[in-house]
Every structure is written in structure tokens, then in C-alpha cells.
Design a protein around this ligand. Structure first.
Ligand SMILES: Cc1ncc(COP(=O)(O)O)c(C=O)c1O
Length: 387
């Protein structure tokens, strides 16, 4: 497969809509500013990081990510994870793709839980892998069907890919299911690529399950500054794994694609992670406030929408009950300056054609919801005629 055979579906839409008024699809947290970051660092007594930032060299940073950053990241995991178990990548997307290219060989088989972030699957195809999709459904609140995973295993299955907390639904995988998948992977010599970029954004802390990287040596966990911290501009993502041979391979693979890390971004990431309580706490409050508005809206408009309340992150997958598909609905919304991500972005099967993703992690969401409400009010009469 050639790199550009399957362009990323959301990319095309996002380029066209860079200046759109209402980003009702957005998945990353409220963007953090450098000024706020410095204030948090001062509050936390991290003046050494402010000095490091002001004095840092613009030469090359350490390949695979500087040790000080990897040490700070390790504090987000349990004692099995140290700086040596982490490889830094320029963002989550690069991390997932390079990891997959490094782990798979042509002809290897991968099982991917869908709907999913497109690059999780494209990486496998680019590596020459064969894909079996195991779809989630709203019937059991987007939980993985363990029996379907077992059935999908072939002699050459090397990789199991899932995303938890899940984009687009905002659901959390039940802990017993996660542990069952780990057992299956260990018994069948399968690596798990667990996209955990929305971890730390669970609405109820007690529902956060262990990272796959903590649970098994077969686990590779992906994270990014873009989501919980709203700091995608630092261009820092990472992969965590207990197995040092795998870490060594990832470091080598990462080196092939980029040796030019941003030390400024690394230092900003350290400041942000050390201020996780303040930053993620603030971002979760924005999410909770927006959720209240959404709960009220979907209750009032249940004639048109089915709302399975998310449990984590800032996205939800909503069912449209009107007479057109979610793809057509999204096209009409675009005409009035509102961007949502409809089912085609996630290449959904027929049974999810009425679904679209909304994002509610930004302070701008209430204005987007008002515009959306106006659109629904203006179209309801017409939809009723065709129902
Ligand atoms: C599930 C998931 N994984 C990975 C990424 C990519 O992360 P990054 O923006 O750091 O490249 C995203 C971004 O939307 C995502 O939703």
C-alpha cells in the first residue's frame, strides 16, 4: 500500500474548515497558553523549569526524548514504569504509526476494535498487515465483545489495537474486559497497542483502570499532550512499554523518521505534566459544565437524538433519529458554520450511519450548542414531514 492510498478522512475536512465558526467536533481539551503554563509552574515552585526554558539550547534534543521529560512522564504510571520504558514521539499520531511500522511485518494479522481513529488502522495497512475489525455497538454501551476478539484470532495474529477511553463514544472499557483481553493477548503472543490518549479525563477518577503498559509486558500504551492537557502545540506524545527490547526497537524506528525534537516543547510538557492537577482539573470542569448543557439539550430534543452519556474524554457519539443520514446532516450543518464529525469520518458500518461525533471539551461549546439548537428548531418541521 502507498502512503497516500487512503488519505486521512478528517484531514480533508479540517483543511477546508480551518476558519469555521463552531468547532462542535473538537476532541482535545481547552488549549493551554504558554502564559498560563508559566503561572502554573510558578505556583508549583518549578522555577528551575522556567529557567531551563529561558536558557535552553536550540540544538538537537536527545533522540527518543530527553531523560528529564521521560522521568516526569513516568510519574503518571505505576512503579513498573520508569524513564527507560518510555519513547517520546512528535505527537500521538506519529507515535502510533511509527510504533505499528516497527512492530509489524508484512503479512502479519491485526485485530482492530472499531470505530476507531483512522491512523490506528492505516498504520497496520502501511506495514503490510491484514486487518480484522471487531466493531463496538451502542447496544452494550460500546463494550468490546471478547468472544468476537477470540474468534478473530488467526495463526499470524500479532497485534490487537483498541482505544480506551474511546473516541468517538467517550465510553470506558470495563476493567474485567480489559484484563480478559490482556490474558488473551498473553496466551496468544499478541501485542496490544492501547491508544490511551484520553486517559486522565475520566469523569469519575475511581473509574480509571490501569494502563495496558502497567498490566502486561505485551502492552504498548500511547499518550499525547494534546488531549488531557490541551497542549498539542508542544508536539509531545509517547509510547510506554515494560519490554526493553521493544523500547529499543521503537527508539530506532523513531530515529528513522525524525531526529529533530523541540526541546522547548519538552520543557513545556514537563511544566504541564507537573501541573496535571490544576490543568486537567480545570479541563474536566469545562467538560462537566458542558455535559450539563448537553444532558438538558438531549433530554429536550429526544425526538431527534439518542444520547449515550460518555464516561470520559470530551467526545460523544450521538444518534440522529431524523429522515437523513448523519453524513447529510453534517453537510447541512457545515453550511451554517457548524462542524461535527459524521460516521464516514470513522468509516462506520451501516448500523452506525445515523451517528455523529460531537466535542464538548472547549469553552466555546455553549455557543456551538446554541447554533446547533437553532438549526434543529429551523429544520424540525421539515424533518417531521419525512419521518
Ligand atoms: C484516539 C486518538 N488517538 C490519537 C490521536 C492523535 O494525537 P495527536 O493529536 O497528539 O497526534 C487522536 C487525536 O484526535 C485521537 O483522537
Amino acid at each position: 500500500m502507498h502512503l497516500l492510498d487512503n488519505p486521512i478522512r478528517s484531514e480533508e475536512l479540517l483543511v477546508k474548515t480551518f476558519d469555521i465558526k463552531h468547532r462542535f467536533y473538537a476532541s482535545s481539551s481547552e488549549p493551554l497558553t504558554h502564559k498560563e503554563l508559566i503561572e502554573f509552574a510558578r505556583e508549583n515552585g518549578d522555577d528551575y523549569l522556567i529557567n531551563l526554558y529561558n536558557d535552553h539550547s536550540l540544538g538537537y534534543a536527545e533522540n527518543g526524548g530527553s531523560e528529564d521529560l521521560r522521568q516526569v512522564i513516568a510519574t503518571l504510571y505505576d512503579e513498573k514504569i520508569s524513564a527507560d520504558n518510555i519513547v517520546i514521539f512528535p505527537g500521538g499520531q506519529t507515535g502510533m504509526t511509527i510504533t505499528t511500522l516497527a512492530m509489524l511485518h508484512s503479512g502479519d494479522h491485526a485485530i482492530i476494535v472499531t470505530p476507531s481513529y483512522q491512523s490506528l488502522e492505516e498504520g497496520v495497512k502501511l506495514a503490510g498487515g491484514k486487518v480484522t475489525r471487531v466493531p463496538l455497538t451502542p447496544n452494550d454501551k460500546w463494550q468490546v465483545d471478547v468472544e468476537a476478539i477470540k474468534k478473530a484470532i488467526q495463526k499470524n495474529t500479532r497485534y490487537l489495537v483498541f482505544n480506551d477511553p474511546h473516541n468517538p463514544s467517550g465510553s470506558l472499557m470495563r476493567e474485567d474486559i480489559k484484563r480478559e483481553l490482556v490474558k488473551i493477548a498473553e496466551a496468544n503472543d499478541i501485542l496490544i497497542l492501547s491508544d490511551e490518549v484520553y486517559r486522565l479525563l475520566e469523569f469519575d477518577d475511581s473509574q480509571r483502570s490501569a494502563s495496558v503498559a502497567e498490566l502486561t509486558k505485551n502492552g504498548l500504551a500511547l499518550a499525547t499532550m494534546a488531549k488531557p492537557w490541551g497542549a498539542g502545540g508542544t508536539c509531545v506524545g509517547w509510547v510506554v512499554c515494560q519490554d526493553n527490547t521493544i523500547i529499543e526497537s521503537l527508539r530506532k524506528a523513531q530515529h528513522m523518521f525524525g531526529v529533530c525534537f523541540s526541546r522547548a516543547g519538552e520543557i513545556q510538557a514537563m511544566m504541564a505534566i507537573r501541573a496535571t492537577k490544576q490543568i486537567v482539573g480545570r479541563n474536566l470542569q469545562i467538560i462537566r459544565d458542558n455535559l450539563e448543557l448537553l444532558d438538558a439539550f438531549f433530554h429536550e430534543y429526544e425526538e431527534w437524538f439518542e444520547w449515550i452519556r460518555p464516561e470520559a474524554s470530551g467526545t460523544g457519539f450521538v444518534k440522529f433519529k431524523g429522515p437523513i443520514t448523519a453524513d447529510d446532516l453534517a453537510k447541512q450543518l457545515l453550511d451554517v458554520g457548524i462542524l461535527v464529525f459524521p460516521s464516514y469520518i470513522f468509516d462506520c458500518d451501516e448500523d452506525l450511519k445515523q451517528y455523529f461525533r460531537i466535542g464538548f471539551s472547549r469553552r466555546t461549546m455553549p455557543a456551538a450548542l446554541n447554533a446547533f439548537k437553532k438549526f434543529v428548531d429551523e429544520n424540525s418541521e421539515n424533518w417531521r414531514q419525512y419521518k
